[in-house]
Design a protein around this ligand. Sequence first.
Ligand code: GLN
Length: 486
Amino acid sequence: MHDMTVSALSSALAAGEFSSVELTQHLIDRVKTMDGDYNAFLTLCEEHALQQASNADKARAAGQVHPLCGIPVAHKDIFCTNGIRTSCGSKMLDNFVPPYNATMIDKFDSAGAVMLGKTNMDEFAMGASNETSFYGPVRNPWNTGCVPGGSSGGSAAAVAARLAPAATGTDTGGSIRQPAALCGISGMKPTYGRVSRYGMIAFASSLDQAGPMARSVEDLALLLELMSGHDPRDSTSIDADVPKYSASLNNSIEGLRIGVPKEYFSEGLNPGTAACVEQAINEYQKLGANISELSLPHSPLSVPAYYVVAPAEASTNLSRFDGVRYGHRCDNPTDLNDMYTRTRSEGFGDEVKRRILVGTYSLSAGYYDAYYRKAQKIRRLIQQDFVEAFKSVDLLIGPTSPSPAFPLGAKTSDPVAMYLEDIYTIAANLAGLPALSMPAGLVDDKPVGVQLIGNYLCEAQLLNAAHQFQCATDWHQQQPVQGDMV
Ligand code: GLN
């Protein structure tokens, strides 16, 4: 059962081949026996999941037909879950039990899906390797000496290790796509505003976007259909109909215009990764797409612009963690200032503190124009590059990450090296565009992802093109060699 995709599980549940309770119990057993190797889960919702599974079995028996009814899904521990701890990977929220659900969680509940557990992540989603979590790093199922990518590393590892058929993640600068690439699964960041951010703990509000992670693009389409849609509780959510993404997956891509940005093949790109992306481009040519090279001239500025804008927003978002309202509070404060200072010193890890310092600095009077305003201007130029590009092509293709998974600890002492992991993913966030990553090869027995970027609200086209690639190749079916199986 654990090898099956969401769509295969959905048909099997519908046909009565097994029940959701059996499936859920099987995955719980796998998590209990195997997750010691990966550290993908922070909370296993055993009782809650089995209760939901039993409800789902009854709903199916009574004729409920939502395809995700009874399907176990793991959620990144950034989504507030009513009555279930939501830590955001931080000591600050180690004891935080939200009194409400994120809209996204409500949507899964209303479909009858099963919440298997909450997954490990970089602290407050800041990181590219899942090593900044207060709860220790996640390990890559393909090679447990290597990182899974971040910040949704727990979700990616859980799906790759067959502990969950699907998971949710969030992507502020690449945090769905990078771990998907490094763990050999598919993951999508939709258009900014497509999925509600209500109840999703904020990192950088103008960039954050939730999305699905799974073992096939077909599954991404199913999940995205459920997750998307307008939410009056999120003022940035888009009020536009949600297409039936799964209905257009099999459209022909003959004549699809795919652009190859030349800046995405820069010198930092691992040659093995480059070869996989080139092979994927050839595959698209065989499928009838028209490939052309183009330029996104401002994309080399995306990392510096992001690392001003994102910390600036983070520094304001994280000011709410002050020991008064949520989470950690230091012991025996002598006065208010002592409480703020010690609470925040104790509750936040080094990377979060670094972001707060950088963000506060770039927003301060005297530096605002030189840093924050300039970064916003660059952001606009980056966005305009895409507007220009989409006048002549339908999609863009390139690598997701500069290299396959690297060893744990290899970049932790060099923040700039870690930030450069985001070089190919950040621009889509700065522009608010939808993008996905899917498996496109193996280098040194480790997965490589190829990235597709689409125009605003063109998720259907992106998923269609990606699904056609998966119909013609089997990279997404490769799986890590694991120890004792349950
Ligand atoms: N790696 C980027 C950062 O550390 C992006 C993280 C994310 O997308 N949440 O900010």
